[in-house]
Design a protein around this ligand. Structure first.
Ligand code: SF4
Length: 216
């Protein structure tokens, strides 16, 4: 029996849906074609045929810069990845967006565990320990700029700022916390890229904000 992930992928494939910036389409021969969602009308695409080719496609942006955050809205364009079956689609998506299908599956089954930002910061060690000193106001600004979908990150945030349930940032639109919303703004059927816990890049930004304040 297909699980929640496979069911979600199959319905996305039939309905012109996407995960982040990757569009999934079932082809007439029952196979699957993955491509950048802005390349729907592009005819000159470089063709790939192995799920693991997604690693290379996702590594650099269009300008050739390394992409440290795989859910940033800067996936390069100009390619199509042909995959023969659903298992290949899952593998490819795990390379494009590591860990996101598993988070989606857990969320669908009400088993997703989220961690507040304060908890994530409080458990840091070494040079990152100082990040816990960040103020709520600094978090509000930082998360509002670093995590925003337009130019920051396409994940839907499900963690809270602290154990009181405060929103991560008042500067993000309500849709940033809504898994049914297409964070690319294209309003397609989507499998959301869920953020259940602050990533290491945001933790590092918190550290830098605290350091900047104490150095300045
Ligand atoms: S904390 Fe989550 S939403 Fe923010 S940049 Fe990191 S992965 Fe994206």
């Amino acid at each position: 029996m297909p699980d929640a992930i496979e069911t979600g992928l199959a319905s996305a494939a039939k309905g012109g849906g996407a995960i982040g910036q990757v569009r999934i389409r079932q082809t007439s021969d029952g196979q699957f074609a993955l491509s950048h969602c802005e390349d729907e009308l592009t005819t000159e695409l470089r063709i790939f045929a192995r799920p693991e080719d997604a690693i290379e496609i996702a590594r650099y942006d269009d300008a050739g810069n390394y992409r440290p955050l795989k859910t940033a809205p800067n996936l390069r364009r100009g390619w199509r990845l042909n995959v023969t079956n659903m298992s290949g689609v899952r593998d490819a998506m795990d390379y494009f967006y590591p860990g996101r299908l598993a988070a989606f599956g857990a969320w669908k089954q009400n088993q997703l565990i989220t961690t507040t930002l304060r908890e994530t910061l409080n458990r840091q060690s070494g040079m990152y320990r100082v990040a816990a000193k960040i103020s709520d106001e600094q978090i509000d600004d930082l998360v509002g700029s670093f995590c925003k979908s337009n130019g920051g990150c396409l994940r839907t945030i499900l963690w809270k700022r602290d154990s009181n349930g405060a929103a991560p940032s008042t500067k993000l639109l309500a849709e940033k916390y809504d898994p049914s919303f297409d964070q690319t703004g294209r309003d397609r059927p989507i499998i959301p890229l869920i953020c259940q816990e602050a990533c290491g890049l945001l933790v590092n930004e918190c550290r830098k904000a605290v350091k900047a304040e104490s150095d300045g």
